[in-house]
Design a binder for this molecule. Structure first.
Ligand code: ACO
Length: 215
């Protein structure tokens, strides 16, 4: 059993508590020690101890998962943790479904009811929330955040640090470029360039106004 810390105790970090506790109960692979979050003064969040800031990671004999939503911040935290010599934990809920010939990268979080269909590849530190779907032979690259209900069709490629909003759909064979943002409820029918923000059905480019991509 490996000790586990969650980096970040905001909404997404708190969401991971239940996943980590379920994995702990079911497989004894991890034991949740607490959060690392320098921005919190309280001794605990939802009963889980706050052990200090991210800089404490080097001092602890613990693996880590990333509890921050913004994909670029997820990458930065991973690089910091790797420099400190820490290993990511990979949490796959027993009620998630992984098909044949699928792979899930280190640090990824696969919540209950998520589906990774035959031949799909899921990268490093990907978050697949409840009811997400990675179609057969699709590729979900590193640090992608798939919010609840986001679906990716067969053979589609989702670039690194992409955010797929709640209930969005990417049709089969489509390529979504690195760091793109797909708004909640969008249906992506054509390739999306890197760094683009798309919304609507069919999805069209727009601009971030408030920049709150994970709200
Ligand atoms: C841990 C987690 O679960 S995190 C993920 C959960 N969160 C989500 O899925 C939310 C995804 N985010 C969105 O959909 C956002 O609305 C974004 C990123 C597309 C745009 O965010 P913002 O920059 O804040 O844009 P803002 O809210 O100011 O809207 C700009 C315009 O786009 C429209 N718009 C915003 N989002 C959408 C959408 N999903 N579909 C259609 N139109 C939209 C707005 O109505 C507005 O139109 P207007 O200019 O005609 O008034």
């Amino acid at each position: 059993m490996r000790p586990l810390v969650i980096l970040g105790s905001g909404g997404l970090g708190r969401q991971i508590i239940g996943l980590a506790q379920d994995v702990e109960r079911e497989s004894s692979a991890v034991k949740l020690l607490g959060f690392l979050d320098g921005g919190v003064d309280e001794p605990d969040v939802w009963g889980v101890p706050v052990l200090g800031g991210d800089d404490q990671l080097g001092e602890l004999d613990a693996d880590y998962v990333i509890g921050v939503g913004l994909p670029s911040a997820r990458r930065r935290l991973d690089m910091m943790a790797t420099e400190l010599g820490r290993e990511p934990a990979t949490l796959v809920h027993s009620a998630a479904w992984l098909g044949l010939h699928t792979s899930v990268g280190a640090g990824s979080l696969i919540f209950e009811t998520a589906h990774v269909v035959a031949g799909a590849e899921v990268g490093r530190h990907v978050m697949m929330e409840v009811n997400t779907f990675a179609g057969h032979d699709s590729r979900i690259s590193d640090y992608v955040l798939m919010a609840g209900g986001a679906s990716v069709g067969a053979r589609a490629v989702i670039g690194a640090e992409v955010m797929l909003g709640i209930g969005s759909i990417v049709l089969g064979d489509v390529v979504v470029g690195d760091r793109a943002v797909v708004g909640a409820g969008a249906v992506v029918t054509k390739d999306v360039p890197p760094d683009a923000v798309v919304v609507g059905i069919p999805a069209k480019p727009t601009r971030l106004r408030r920049g709150r991509i994970t709200a």
